[in-house]
Ligand binder design. Structure first.
Ligand SMILES: [Zn+2]
Length: 88
């Protein structure tokens, strides 16, 4: 269950001096960080009409990081490197 996972993560993080912060993930996978257009994406890649592209998992993670640090979805300077275990 999610509660059990949070309890385990909190326990392990505290044991290593790491703070846990919950972040609302709403729209993190749908929102373009460049033009803030919302769209449900199908497939592995996020393609926005403004030209922004990203792998969907990296896109969501970068949006959550941006929301945590800056309070909004902003374009990230984090380099994106995707390595697939299986070819697309
Ligand atoms: Zn866009």
């Amino acid at each position: 269950s999610f509660g059990k996972l949070m309890s385990y993560l909190t326990y392990k993080a505290r044991a290593n001096g790491i703070a846990i912060q919950k972040v609302d993930e709403a729209y993190s996978t749908q929102t373009c960080p460049v033009c803030h257009n919302r769209k449900k994406h199908a497939g592995r890649n996020v393609l926005c009409a403004c030209g922004y592209t990203s792998h969907r998992d990296i896109h969501g993670a970068k949006n959550i990081l941006s929301k945590t640090l800056y309070g909004n979805f902003l374009p990230s300077a984090v380099a994106e490197q995707t390595k697939y275990l299986r070819p697309c």
